[in-house]
Ligand binder design. Structure first.
Ligand code: HEC
Length: 128
């Protein structure tokens, strides 16, 4: 019995894959859209404390008013309670603060901020 030997030669199959990649540069475009919204206020908004204060003290900052308010609500209440700001006339506040500022150990700058806050708040509260 002849044994046929099939010699299978090594079959080298070379598969050459050429991947041809075409790189396309994608340009990303950023589009900025600016939307302008116009709001129509039907009801007149209440004037803010800063609005009122700015009439008498041009250039005053919200931070000045906040500082004045803090002095009024913290330092000035160390010894006693306080009637509403609008219950005293402007002149009365000026003279009272002259007397009370040293009692509260206020610096000249703190006294100024307190006065600006109190007089502006009074104006806002009384509307005059
Ligand atoms: C060390 C305590 C003390 C501090 C701090 C103090 N007060 Fe007074 N305050 C008094 C005393 C005492 C009186 C009442 C006697 C008087 O009028 O001097 C008074 C009275 C007042 C009155 C009534 C005045 C009147 O004539 O009706 C007002 C308003 C007032 N203080 C505001 C302030 C303000 C604003 C501050 C902050 C700057 C302040 N007080 C801080 C002790 C103090």
């Amino acid at each position: 019995m002849k044994l046929k030997r099939y010699l299978l030669g090594g079959l080298a199959v070379s598969i050459l894959i050429i991947a041809c990649k075409t790189k396309q540069k994608t340009q990303s475009t950023t589009t900025t859209t600016t939307t302008t919204t116009t709001t129509t206020v039907v009801v007149a908004p209440a004037q803010s404390l800063l609005d009122v204060a700015s009439v008498k003290y041009p250039g005053i900052l919200q931070a000045d008013l906040d500082a004045g308010k803090k002095i009024f609500t913290v330092d000035c209440r160390k010894c006693h309670g306080m009637d509403p700001i609008k219950s005293l006339e402007e002149d009365k506040w000026i003279s009272v603060i002259d007397v009370m500022a040293p009692k509260a150990d206020l610096t000249a700058d703190q006294k100024t901020k307190l006065l600006q806050y109190v007089l502006s708040q009074r104006k806002l509260d009384t509307g005059s």
